[in-house]
Design a protein around this ligand. Structure first.
Ligand SMILES: Cc1ncc(COP(=O)(O)O)c(C=O)c1O
Length: 422
């Protein structure tokens, strides 16, 4: 018989202590609730239950699915490799990869082995090509996980071939046709043929990357494509067959139909942006960046705002402080330049962007209160501030604006994953 310990008689002293502790906890919860209500006011009712942070990014996976289907439709018989490197351009690689595959992408492209490993750990079994360098210590794991390396020079190809055990390692051979970055030179066909024929390797793909496919003058991209097709012919004439030839990024997919080949590799257009920064036809931006208003204060003329007091109010106004800053990816270059949306109207950033806070002028917007939702990138009412506008203001490209959304910003996913007609 197992021995059961009888609960000892509770002393009056212990019971009183427990009751006091319970009451203290209840008092704390009541206080916390009143404090939250004061801080966030009516917004508490309106906020989705998923918003539990002062700053967040909303990822619209339906928009992503729509963009993937647009790319697939444009690519025609060519397959789509969804480029999900750099945490899917800041959108969250696992969720984006799943949504892209559910909407017609056949495979995924990443820059690093660790990015592929993360996708495999999430149970994604689709082919994954690693575009970039695989460190010597990562190569075995890459092969074990069934990730596909890109080979770009003879020495690296030979090292990889040496690691292949039971079967040859499937690889994509990268040719530098004019990007001036990574890859075999088409002017050294002997290296290309030697690498492709290494006993430990199986040639599954041949690819290149365009430098200027977003340029209105496509002559250089066309020249790159010719060099790529010459390398393709070289390999086929040498007896290599059954591999996938691919070259087109978003810009080439849109601008250079001849580059679609067997497969295309769109990145930025899946996230809703045209590669050249101009508004893309039928694409929908996927990421919105939002924050709650922390404080609103009436300030007189001559009030100094932020580090360096670089802004001094010319007249009395209302100042809203938002709990987001350059540590979240809201560029410091937006100091006294950026605009956010509050109540569907543009509120200019006043003074310097801090690490965790910005101040905006809401003197012209009625009824702004702590807890109201501010949109840093996205739309609200009839207004929109998308990443390409921010990129133009800060002298960069939408890619960088999206990738910069900080790791501490939680991503909240809106999705049905139901492929709809578009
Ligand atoms: C090798 C490769 N392919 C495809 C892409 C996707 O390019 P984009 O985002 O311009 O479509 C990239 C991104 O830079 C890349 O490095």
């Amino acid at each position: 018989m197992p021995r059961v310990r009888e609960p000892g008689p509770q002393t009056r002293h212990v019971r009183i202590r427990r009751r006091r502790r319970r009451k203290r906890f209840q008092r704390f919860r009541r206080f916390r609730w009143r404090w939250l209500q004061r801080l966030y006011g009516r917004q508490l009712q309106r906020l989705s239950l998923t918003v539990r942070e002062p700053v967040w990014a909303e990822i619209d996976l339906d928009a992503l699915g729509h963009n993937v289907r647009q790319a697939a439709k444009m690519a025609g018989p060519a397959r789509v490799m969804a480029v999900v490197k750099a945490n899917a351009y800041g959108h969250g690689s696992v969720q984006v990869a799943r949504a892209a595959l559910a909407n017609g992408a056949a495979s995924l492209g990443v820059a690093r082995a660790g990015e592929g490993e993360l996708l495999r750990a999430a149970g994604i079994t689709a082919p994954i090509l690693i575009f970039g360098l695989i460190a010597p210590g990562e190569a075995e794991k890459v092969l074990d996980l069934g990730l596909t390396p890109a080979v770009f020079d003879l020495e690296q190809a030979a090292a990889l071939a040496g690691l292949a055990r039971k079967h040859p390692a499937g690889v994509h051979l990268k040719v530098d046709t004019g990007m001036g970055r990574l890859g075999f030179s088409p002017d050294r066909p002997e290296d290309i043929l030697k690498a492709a024929g290494l006993p430990g390797l199986r040639l599954e793909g041949l690819f290149t990357h365009f430098a200027t496919a977003d340029d209105p003058d496509l002559s250089y991209a066309e020249w790159q494509l010719e060099r790529f097709l010459a390398t393709d012919r070289l390999l086929r004439e040498a007896g290599f067959a059954g591999y996938t030839a691919h070259a087109a990024n978003s810009a080439a997919l849109i601008n250079l139909p001849a580059a679609r080949l067997d497969m295309v590799r769109p990145g930025i257009m899946l996230y809703g942006y045209h590669p050249a920064g101009s508004p893309a036809g039928n694409l929908r931006p996927v990421l919105s960046f939002k924050a709650l208003v922390a404080q609103v204060k009436a300030v007189p003329a001559g009030f100094r705002v932020g580090y360096g007091s670089t802004h001094v109010t010319p007249a009395s106004t209302l100042l809203a402080t938002l709990p987001v800053g350059y540590a979240d990816g809201f560029s410091r270059k937006l100091s006294s330049l950026g605009q956010v949306l509050i109540h569907g109207r543009r509120a200019p950033v006043l003074g310097r962007v801090c690490m965790d806070m910005i101040m905006v002028d809401v003197g012209h917007i009625a009824g702004v209160r702590p807890g109201d939702e501010a949109v840093l990138y996205g739309e609200q009412g009839d207004e929109a501030v998308w990443a390409d506008e921010v990129a133009e203001k800060t002298g960069t490209i939408s890619y960088e604006v999206l990738c910069a959304v900080g790791a501490r910003v939680p991503r909240i996913y809106r999705d049905t994953l139901a492929p709809e007609e578009s």
